[in-house]
Design a protein around this ligand. Structure first.
Ligand SMILES: [Zn+2]
Length: 410
């Protein structure tokens, strides 16, 4: 059990644009107002009028509605008002009433999390899981009430976010295909909605993290970014104009089988040379085990060996980063985003190896001239899976806050 007591918000890796534009009006005025306060911090109603370009009456009405829902709170009046008249009362996001619950499903483990409205992980727990879809969903239904009882006590749970890799249809709430897990057409929302009685949001973890970066991380105040997730599965997500692209049946962002690997490496899809076969933690660990670099096919052992300065382990990890760099270069050239965020354990564990990633991007990309600025590791460090899971719920809240009443009574 890991209960996180450090509520510090992860540092922004990239400075906000100098003069942020008013946010889109998706979800109407309340959503724009809430997202503006998240992006800019506490502000008085008059400041919100200027920043959102809503009318003073609309700002006043929406603020009252959002305070009523427990999403906003008033702060003490500012001590010395800039002009004569009523002192200005700033309003701010209120993280005290509501939390999101999240479950990330990886190949062998799942991560339970409680995440507050500011994207801070207040508790997380990593558990082994049995693998089969029915057993995993039963286990979640069995263990989640106890976890929430211990860690969300006294606060309302806005919903349950369930994220994993592979092809996830967010609209249907179904995992269509997660090849390494062996899951096909698993109706996660239907099953967990019935057992937990919470509103359930299901999505791919790369898309969830793209939302999280736009709300709480390096993408705050931006509208375009690409998220690249490299773990046991490899996924990408593309945000443009503040929205994350889903594609037909949520199929966008499948980069797992791009031909960026080595010709000789056979992939489960029937071809050879696929990106996922070259860089997935499982495949890299198996090859390192076969060559005698590590005593068991476990990626954590490879990281341990590298930490001890083992030459071959470091070479394997650097080669993997360079392959990730080729994938990043391709995405940068096709999409030319403001920012590309990489979730990858080597970069997280050994930031001193990042020059390998940057060099490969600079060598392969036609458009990206400054990979050190435009390619960054995830904002969420060791909490990345927890934040991904909670963000599916929080993204819905920040887009459509007025639907909260319905969700809570569901
Ligand atoms: Zn393949």
């Amino acid at each position: 059990m890991t209960a996180i007591s450090d509520h510090a918000r992860p540092p922004l890796l990239v400075a906000l644009p100098a003069r942020p534009e008013p946010l889109s009006v998706e979800g109407g005025g309340p959503g724009a107002l809430l997202r503006t306060l998240l992006r800019d911090g506490p502000a008085a109603r008059t400041e919100l009028v200027a920043r959102t370009r809503l009318s003073p009456a609309a700002v006043s009405r929406h603020t009252a509605e959002l305070i009523g829902l427990g999403l906003l709170r008033e702060l003490p009046p500012r001590v010395s008002p800039p002009r004569a008249g009523r002192p200005q009362v700033p309003v701010a996001i209120d993280p005290g009433h509501h939390v999101a619950c999240g479950v990330h499903i990886a190949l062998e483990h799942m991560t339970f999390a409680v995440v507050d409205l500011l994207g801070r992980v207040t508790a997380q727990q990593r558990l082994p899981h049995p693998g089969g879809p029915r057993q995993v969903l039963e286990e979640i239904g069995r263990l989640l009430p106890g976890f929430l009882g211990r860690h969300a006590a006294g606060r309302s749970v806005l919903g349950l976010g369930v994220v994993t890799g592979g092809w996830v249809d967010a609209e249907q709430g179904t995992v269509i295909e997660h090849a390494p897990l062996g899951w096909r057409n698993v109706p996660v929302r239907r099953v967990l909605g019935a057992t937990t009685r919470l509103p359930v949001h299901v999505d791919g973890h790369a898309r969830a993290l793209a939302h999280a970066e736009l709300l709480f991380g390096a993408g705050a105040g931006r509208s375009d970014l690409v998220q690249l997730f490299v773990g046991n599965v490899v996924d990408a997500a593309i945000a443009a104009g503040g929205s994350v692209l889903r594609g037909r049946r949520s199929g966008a962002g499948d980069v797992a089988h791009l031909p960026l690997g080595h010709i000789g490496q056979a992939c489960g899809c029937g071809r050879t040379g696929c990106l996922q076969t070259a860089v997935s933690e499982l495949a890299v660990a198996e090859r390192a085990f076969d060559s005698g670099t590590i005593p068991a096919p476990d990626f954590a052992l490879l990281l341990d060996r590298a930490r001890q300065g083992h030459h071959e382990a470091l070479r394997v990890l650097r080669e993997r980063l360079r392959t990730v760099g080729r994938a990043a270069a391709l995405l940068l050239d096709v999409l030319n985003p403001e920012l590309l965020v990489v979730v990858e354990r080597t970069a997280l564990t050994f930031p001193e190896l990042l020059p390998d990633l940057y060099e490969e991007i600079a060598a392969q990309s036609h458009l990206c001239v400054d990979p050190e600025r435009s390619v960054v590791p995830s904002s969420f460090g060791p909490h990345v899976l927890a934040v991904a899971a909670g963000s599916v719920v929080l993204d819905a809240v920040y887009r459509r806050p007025m639907e909260l009443r319905t969700a809570r009574s569901a």
